[in-house]
Design a protein around this ligand. Structure first.
Ligand SMILES: [Zn+2]
Length: 399
């Protein structure tokens, strides 16, 4: 174990160089040029590690691709690593504010989300090869190109891969308290459309059926569908109504961001919203609601708790304390969990400022510990004795 920790320390300068290279290439979702360049760098690295690299083209005009790099071992259990290549930043961002470090932090577009995770996966593979460790059945590293828009072109691939692997380790950034993520909320979108009748606001206000006024009632009642105990949130964030000051509007529309920890909460919200839609306050208005389900929830579960317990032990080997939390934001871990895999997320280097903003940053001091944690986790998860303990949980989780 000590020698693995030493190896993690030794590769840090190389890891930072590769990190700099890929942060300095813009990879906003849909920006094919940059995504291809970063995809090439990742592919070449994996080929040098003796891995089999396969590209999965993404449907659409952009001709981007997802990458899977595979290595076979001599053990039984299979492990899937997930990290995404795309960022939320447009072309030109990397030139504006390239990768840089100070004594504590690394900065740059996507430095934390998720390019730190990419380099961690790559160097874990290098260290495993260096020590000729093959305790696992096989490892697949999946690097996708559209996570930031909810993975439309990689969703099926990730769910299929998740079914084929025993454990999924997702390399989204570590939480600011040096934490991993034990569960993530699923995401939905509630659209509320109100149809009324227009009239002149000056000469004939009572003849109209005010869609805007009805919408305010609907927003008030439907916001109440949130459930604090279950951590379900219904947050109205957008609305449009009317275009002239002197006309009672016949149409108004609003959207709410919906987040749930438990999948059945989507069903409850859908049926309750329909019931509320039918009860009009302003006579003559008619309301239609639509709930669109995005990424499903990654609910708290015992399999994940076992992985966290193992990760805590490994972290303790180097004198560190691993924290855990649940978060409102979804990631590809949600897809893997919904496919029935045992998932642990946020194993990447520890983040600092808020991601998706210019203040994104990564704690440099976390690089070596997080690389050690990932490498050792892969070793332990492939280990037969450990998996004996997991067996009952797997039966429970997978049925
Ligand atoms: Zn991410």
């Amino acid at each position: 174990m000590q020698d693995i920790f030493e190896a993690c320390k030794k590769v840090q300068p190389d890891l930072i160089n590769l990190w700099r290279d890929i942060v300095n290439i813009d990879t906003g979702t849909g920006y094919s040029k940059g995504l291809k360049q970063v995809g090439e760098i990742i592919s070449e690295f994996c080929i040098r590690q003796g891995m089999q690299v396969e590209r999965y083209p993404v449907n659409g005009p952009q001709s981007e691709f997802n990458i899977c790099a595979r290595r076979k071992g001599a053990g039984e259990k299979s492990i899937l690593l997930l990290a995404h290549m795309d960022t939320v930043f447009p072309e030109g961002t990397a030139v504006e504010r390239p990768f840089r470090t100070d004594s504590e932090w690394a900065y740059g577009p996507g430095v934390s989300d998720c390019k730190g995770g990419i380099v961690l996966a790559l160097y874990a593979m290098e260290i495993l090869k260096k020590f000729e460790i093959s305790s696992y059945g096989h490892i697949t590293c999946c690097f996708n190109c559209d996570e930031e828009i909810s993975s439309p072109g990689s969703r099926d691939l990730i769910m299929e891969l998740a079914k084929q692997h025993d454990y999924v380790l997702s390399l989204e950034p570590g939480q600011t308290n040096d934490g991993v993520v034990a569960w993530r909320k699923g995401v939905g979108k509630l659209k509320v459309e109100v149809h009324g009748k227009s009239s002149h606001a000056g000469s004939d206000p009572d003849n109209g059926c005010n869609a805007l006024l009805e919408l305010t009632h609907k927003i008030n009642s439907m916001a109440g569908l949130a459930d604090r105990d279950k951590q379900t949130t219904v947050t109205f964030t957008k609305a449009i109504a009317g275009d002239r000051l002197n006309v009672v509007t016949d149409f108004a529309e609003a959207w709410a961001d919906v987040r749930v920890v438990y999948a059945e909460e989507f069903d409850r919200i859908e049926s309750d919203a329909r019931r509320l839609a039918d009860a009009s306050v302003i006579e003559g208005t008619n309301t239609v609601v639509t709930l669109t389900r995005g990424r499903p929830p990654f609910a708290p579960n015992e399999g994940t708790e076992m992985l966290i317990a193992q990760a805590e032990k490994i972290y303790a080997e180097i004198g560190r304390t691993l924290h855990k939390s649940g978060v409102g934001g979804a990631s590809d871990a949600n897809l893997a969990a919904a496919a029935g895999a045992i998932v642990l997320d946020s194993l990447g280097p520890v983040k600092g400022g808020p991601n998706h903003t210019a203040d994104e940053k990564t704690r440099l001091e976390s690089l070596v510990p997080r690389l050690y944690l990932l490498t050792r986790l892969i070793i332990e998860l492939g280990n037969r004795d450990f998996n004996k303990n997991m067996l009952s949980f797997e039966k429970e989780v997978r049925g």
